[in-house]
Design a protein around this ligand. Sequence first.
Ligand SMILES: NC(=O)c1ccc[n+]([C@@H]2O[C@H](COP(=O)([O-])OP(=O)(O)OC[C@H]3O[C@@H](n4cnc5c(N)ncnc54)[C@H](OP(=O)(O)O)[C@@H]3O)[C@@H](O)[C@H]2O)c1
Length: 337
Amino acid sequence: MGSMRLLVLGGTHHVGRAVVEEALARGDEVTTLTRGVSGPSAPGALALHADRTDPAALRAALGDATWDAVIDTWSFAPSVVLDSASLLADRAGHYGYVSTRSVYEWPPAVGLDESGPLVGGDARSTEGSDYAAAKRGGELAAIEGFGAERTVLARAGLILGPYEIVGRMPWWLRRLERGGDVLAPGPPDLKLQYIDCRDLARWMLHAADEGLSGPFNTVSQPGHATMASLLEAGIEATGSSARLVWTPPEVIESAGIEPWTELPIWLPPYGEALGMHTGDVTKVYAAGLTCRPVRETVADTWAWLQAEGDPPARPGRPAHGLDPEREREVLAGLAGG
Ligand SMILES: NC(=O)c1ccc[n+]([C@@H]2O[C@H](COP(=O)([O-])OP(=O)(O)OC[C@H]3O[C@@H](n4cnc5c(N)ncnc54)[C@H](OP(=O)(O)O)[C@@H]3O)[C@@H](O)[C@H]2O)c1
């Protein structure tokens, strides 16, 4: 497989880096386009540099080259996607936009498929601060600039795996490494739905090969992993002696601990967020998605942390993780009955 000429808009972080590495591994010819401020592209890729918010600079950097497919990781102002997609419409055969399940109206229903109600978005907007609206605008921009019949919208949910700069799995791994009693948010059999960046990358390349189009919820089946299998994989990967203290969701809630951010990945198995780990993925599995086991995702994320160190804090974005003192208080409360 693989001998396409691929342009990755992005390519140095989590999803983009995985796309570049997967494509190179299968023999594709890869070009990346970044500003060049967040690190080099993988060896073997041709690295072009421009600020995409400046269409003239983008045009100059791309020259008159052509590609079989483009994969775009942009997550800010939709107008930037519109500029790129329009510029590339006559120069490439396929456009894969890394979108998100956040484009569905909140709260997402349990079992929501691609026909779910969407937030508003504007392909021409130069505003990127409302994430859901910016991503929906990005979808519309990709379609308007490139054509719906040649554009895939990969609506990813939670993305894990190596190079995760958001810091969710990295936080859990460092916490488990520290050992001792670890507040494990229950129930242990809580079903999780996520995608390893490398499985997302592989599927997006497959979508380009096959000329797929339209929206796809690109995440695992609900329950591909559970809270217990994820954390146990973390203990195994880190070689930690940590003891998981399973803590009921109600206890976490009454302690005022924020799901998702203070306890990354975890959401209580009730309430508005229930749809987050229970989306319908029939369409993407029928279109060839395969998801590797959670142990592999966790072990490889740990190996990456060991090799390259922790991801830097992202300015303007919330840090993830629970303050150790608060964790101790809640665990002491549990022990005291
Ligand atoms: N994390 C999740 O759980 C999750 C879930 C659903 C969807 N998503 C989506 O997944 C995507 C993540 O993409 P990613 O992992 O590849 O990471 P990213 O952090 O979005 O990567 C941004 C890339 O674009 C480049 N870039 C940034 N500003 C630029 C500019 N002005 N001009 C040109 N290039 C620029 C960066 O390189 P330079 O800095 O060197 O320019 C970098 O390579 C996003 O679209 C996000 O919405 C994420």
